[in-house]
Design a binder for this molecule. Structure first.
Ligand code: AHR
Length: 497
């Protein structure tokens, strides 16, 4: 007997806002993310706006990036911000010790980053240096960025051509302090976090959301200790989790040319995010039942082997239809956990890991993952609609995952958006959608992203192989019911009204 796939959506029972920052991005000084990515410099033959690559800037503006995290990653705990301000000739160089040993000229620093955020209309999320920095250095940075008083750091900012402070809301107190950010124990780090946080608050006032460094994937003890010792000293706690489709860190597997086994394992490992977030949230609930402390998944995405012939320390990887489905199903998970998860930052925005954009000389590709973020931005700041999905499994060998991932929201104009991914690579799936509590008048629009194969990618020669197109296979059955047929390996976003 054929399985009936049903998605029940409570159209009037929504309570939680999907924080737009769940659609956040991350830009680290790593490989070609900043240099030869976002920043080509004013003298570059590549068209640019004051040094920012023009085509890329426009693509990011179209994406509606809500928040951008910088300068790392591991790099953040080696970064001394004063080396990245003032006249270029006076800026000392820095060796990027974590990422390929590349020597950078510091031409992209605080002013360049914060001006970029203004051009994108997004909130900056600064990751402060706790590993090799000092409290004083962080306090000076905060003063330079946010103060309007007649104090030395503000005078310095004005001398550097910026009169008014920038609007900085988020400050991360260290990055991966359990690893590259200082190799600390949770007990030691919580004490340090309390100390740094204390001064971040004092100088930044209430404007700051102070983000404690959270756990490495399933290290639940880290979350427990941080909540036990530091919950009153932070407004958010982060979590990092990367999807490795292959056997592990030493055999991550390639971003292209993979078969169904690595497609399946990539998705299965990405879906583990649901369990991770549930478990970390449950620990946080024990100490913070009112959910004052946010959970921020400020690094996530698929991490594969680098493209052949590229610097292994630069983490440059291609991006396939599989990765688009990893993005869509992960964003569904974040949407559904939006009572606790208030930000997520995919790694990374350009030329690194699961990137939105890849560049090569003057050429640029919008990846399938970019298209997912663009299709999904309708969920930004909308109200999550409770939903219940009954669906068939997608089986491979003795293993299985749900064949469908979905989430739904209603925006401030009353438009309902439903995102649905069919993870089965080869089977078209019929799904019945029932809206309870409210009828809808029409299916406004539908968009689909799909590809010839799960490992299909956009290349510099054929950059528009995977692009969204109109979706026509949605049929209204009654005022409360519709039926959609979703091809294998595809994702759809519907707008109902
Ligand atoms: O995103 C790449 C790296 O992954 C970051 O620098 C680090 O925080 C994480 O381990």
């Amino acid at each position: 007997k054929a399985q009936v796939n049903v998605l029940e959506i409570d159209a009037v029972g929504g309570k939680t806002q999907i924080n737009k920052n769940i659609y956040g991005q991350f830009a680290e000084h790593l490989g070609r993310c900043i240099y030869d990515g976002i920043w080509v410099g004013k003298d570059s033959p590549i068209p640019n706006v004051n040094g920012y690559r023009k085509d890329l800037l426009e693509a990011l503006q179209a994406l509606k990036v809500p928040v951008l995290r910088w300068p790392g990653g591991c790099f953040a705990d080696t970064y001394h911000w004063k080396n990245g301000i003032g006249p270029l000739a006076d800026r000392p160089k820095i060796k990027n010790v974590f990422w390929g040993g590349t020597v950078e000229d510091n031409s992209f620093g605080t002013n360049e980053f914060l001006n970029l955020c203004e051009m994108l209309g997004c909130d900056p999320y600064i990751s402060a240096n706790v590993g090799s920095g000092t409290v004083g250095e962080m306090v000076d940075w905060i003063e330079y960025m946010t103060s309007d008083d007649d104090v030395p750091m503000v005078q310095l900012r004005k001398k550097n051509g910026r009169e008014k402070p920038w609007n900085v809301k988020f400050i991360g107190i260290g990055n991966e302090s359990w690893g590259c950010g200082g190799d600390m124990t949770p007990e030691f780090y919580s004490d340090l976090m309390r100390q740094y946080s204390n001064y971040a608050k004092m100088y930044g006032g209430d404007k700051f959301q102070r983000i404690g460094c959270g756990s490495n994937g399933g290290d639940f003890n880290w979350t427990k200790v941080l909540m036990e010792k530091g919950r009153n000293n932070m407004d958010g706690l982060s979590l990092h989790y990367y999807t490795i489709a292959g056997e592990g860190w030493n055999n991550k597997s390639a971003a292209t040319g993979f078969g169904e086994d690595l497609y399946f394992s990539g998705l299965k490992k990405a879906l583990y995010m649901d369990e991770l977030v549930s478990k970390h949230s449950a620990i946080m609930d024990q100490y913070d039942k009112d959910k004052r402390v946010d959970l921020l998944v400020d690094e996530w995405g698929i991490w594969t082997d680098v493209e052949l012939g590229t610097n292994p320390g630069h983490l440059f990887q291609q991006n396939s239809m599989r990765d688009a489905l990893i993005a869509s199903s992960t964003l569904d998970i974040m949407n559904k956990h939006s009572d606790r998860v208030k930000m997520a930052n995919i790694a990374q925005v350009v030329n690194v890991l699961q990137a939105m954009i890849l560049t090569k000389g003057d050429k640029m590709i919008l990846t399938p993952t970019y298209q997912v973020f663009k299709m999904y931005n309708v969920h930004q700041d909308a109200t999550l609609l409770p939903s219940n999905l009954i669906c068939e499994p997608y089986k491979l060998g003795n293993d299985q995952i749900p064949a469908i991932s979905s989430s739904a929201s209603v925006d401030k104009n009353g438009k309902i958006h439903v995102s649905i991914s069919n993870l089965n690579p080869s089977k078209e799936i019929k799904l019945e959608i029932n809206l309870s509590g409210k009828g809808f008048a029409k299916i406004n629009s539908g968009t689909i992203l799909t590809a010839a194969a799960v490992n299909t990618v956009n290349t510099f020669e054929k950059p528009e192989t995977i692009v969204p197109t109109a979706f026509k296979n949605a049929k209204k059955l009654t005022d409360n019911k519709l039926e959609v047929s979703i091809p294998g390996k595809s994702l759809v976003v519907l707008e109902l009204e």
